[in-house]
Design a protein around this ligand. Structure first.
Ligand SMILES: [Zn+2]
Length: 98
């Protein structure tokens, strides 16, 4: 039985990541919360497919988690008291640095 994915993202190499399971209805209309939730779903999909932790903090080598900080969805690193590694969608793009 096939169900439509709850979230999907196209990679530069043509692969499409998708995630089932749905988004929590408690997200309401908060855009940043929705972005973080989609990032978490896709992160799960990537890790299930690759059996590797993704994404990883370039500075600390530990896994990142999507959270909302100051109204933006960001990849958060828990090492060293915690810091923002990048905005969601900005990893590896030379985007906002913590
Ligand atoms: Zn870090």
């Amino acid at each position: 039985m096939h169900t439509d994915p709850a979230a999907a993202a196209a990679l530069p190499d043509g692969r499409v990541l998708s995630a089932d399971g749905g988004l929590p209805p408690a997200l309401g209309d908060d855009f940043a919360q929705a972005v973080a939730a989609v990032a978490a779903l896709l992160q799960e999909d990537v890790m299930e497919r690759t059996w590797r932790v993704w994404p990883v903090c370039a500075a600390d080598g530990v896994g990142l988690h999507p959270v909302v900080r100051e109204g933006d969805a960001v990849w958060w690193c828990a090492a060293g008291g915690g810091h923002e590694a990048a905005v969601v969608g900005g990893l590896g793009a030379g985007g906002r640095q913590a």
